[in-house]
Unconditional design. Structure first.
Ligand code: URA
Length: 224
């Protein structure tokens, strides 16, 4: 079937508009939509894909991609914000001071880090721990979405404002979101305070423990 010159010009102008819009958003590469969906890849392929990722500028300053760690069939998945310096150095999420506190919370639940799964929304460290940019979140989101699809947790614990707002597509504050279950694609989501917040505000530990008790009840785990 022949297409008229007018139709070709229309396609070119639509593509041009799309590319200009992406540039205005800060992208320096055009993502192949099929590639970024990652719908077919298994866990190891996904990890490999993330390890080689150059979809945003954070690849240039990272030491390691911090993909995620723990049980790939976990019922409980913790999702934080982004790696800090310690995590970037080790390539493992939550290994710094905030991570040690998260480990204590997990152990207080009579679980271990290798029984749950721990990941972040952003897989590479933002320089000087600045907030991730909108374009970085957008580039990185498909990895987390596929990770959740593969792990199929029964409960997700969203650590802090950033993970909770991203998963639940809301701008509500963490203080309003925490304490009760929400839903992400049929999975129960319990937002709670980020361990880094607890380091600055130890009084929040009581609320986090209340939230974790609800998570344990949902998973039929004994409450210590
Ligand atoms: N804070 C996070 O959100 N994630 C980490 O991995 C470490 C600190």
């Amino acid at each position: 079937m022949a297409n008229s010159i007018q139709e070709y010009l229309q396609v070119i102008s639509t593509v041009r508009e799309y590319v200009e819009e992406q540039m205005q958003l800060g992208f320096t590469e055009i993502l192949d939509p099929e590639h970024s969906k990652l719908t077919e890849v298994d866990y190891n392929q996904l990890r490999q894909e993330a390890n080689g990722c150059k979809k945003c500028e954070l690849h240039a300053t990272r030491t390691n991609v911090v993909f995620g760690t723990g049980n790939e069939n976990a019922d409980l998945m913790f999702i934080g914000e982004a790696p800090g310096r310690d995590e970037d150095e080790k390539g493992e999420p939550f290994v710094g001071r905030a991570g040690q506190l998260l480990t204590k919370v997990i152990e207080a639940m009579e679980l271990t880090r290798d029984k749950v799964y721990i990941a972040n929304v952003i897989k590479c460290r933002p320089p000087n721990n600045r907030n991730p940019k909108h374009t970085e979140i957008e580039s990185c989101e498909p990895y987390l979405i596929r990770q959740i699809e593969l792990i199929k947790p029964k409960v997700i614990c969203a650590l802090g404002t950033f993970a909770a707002q991203m998963l639940l597509r809301t701008e509500a504050k963490i203080s309003a979101l925490r304490g009760h279950f929400h839903e992400y694609r049929g999975i129960k989501v319990m937002p709670t305070y980020h361990p880094a917040y607890l380091l600055r505000n130890p009084g929040g530990k009581r609320e986090v423990w209340e939230d974790m008790q609800k998570v344990m009840a949902e998973l039929n785990l004994p409450i210590p």
